[in-house]
Write a protein that binds this ligand. Sequence first.
Ligand SMILES: [Fe+2]
Ligand SMILES: [Fe+2]
Length: 301
Amino acid sequence: MKQIKSLKITTLAENYAFGRGIGQWGLSLLLDLVDAEGEPRKVVFDTGMNREALLHNAEVIKEDFSDVDCVVLSHGHHDHTATTTEIVEASGGVKVYGHPHTFTERVSENREGKRRRIGPPEGQGIGEIEAAGGTVVLTEAPVEVVPGLSTTGEVKRRSFEKGGAPSNGGRWILMVDGEETDDQVLDDLSLWTDVEGVGPWVITGCAHAGPVNMILQVQELSGFDMINGFIGGTHLIGRTDDYVQRSIEEMAKFKPKLISPCHCTGFKATARFWQAFPEEFVLNNSLRIIETGKMPRHRLI
Ligand SMILES: [Fe+2]
Ligand SMILES: [Fe+2]
């Protein structure tokens, strides 16, 4: 895949806030790039859980989504899918990329057997997105969503990481044709790109396959043996110290120059990343701006 010219990532939704932003449990990243053909592009990766907070943050940076080229949903959890319809409508109707499971009904069952729905919230289904002018594209295969920026497609589970099992115990259930199946969150995909003069970047939603599996998937698709940047969720929240340490050690083999784990990484693992990558770590939060090839001035706020 050809290199893109530049990439700027603005966090529209994240657990914590920066400056005039509002935090929420959820993730949404706005990618401004100059694509492999030299065209300016705007891609929204995930759409948060709290619509009002996300739209507030967008307003602060005067983002009205009118020139968004497409929306990519990392996976069908409610904290990544709550503002898709609104963004599609504001864009005048664009494609929304996901996996065949992204909009499938799913529930979380805790250790006491209590269940709650954790799929896209009301008003954010395929029907509503299409009524807003959008076109929903669901595939297990990688897709080049704009020239030089691609999804990973479905991610193979090949490292020590435990895939989709909830880290706090309990069970995730996916409803397929009325049948309950164990939900390994196979829909969870990432974005990757290669930035001219900078190198490869991996951008994750929750990385339910595990951040190491995500990077290995990008390696298989691209042939990269290092990455310049990593940003996004790692789902290390609730994992043991040993597990977190192992993930960090495996990720360090790819020698990232900028690493910004956020959202479902959780505070403890985020702190461990900071300790492991004191020069490369960038604390992320709502309205954080990261431009590839530049280290933000305030790395820890
Ligand atoms: Fe998730
Ligand atoms: Fe999440």
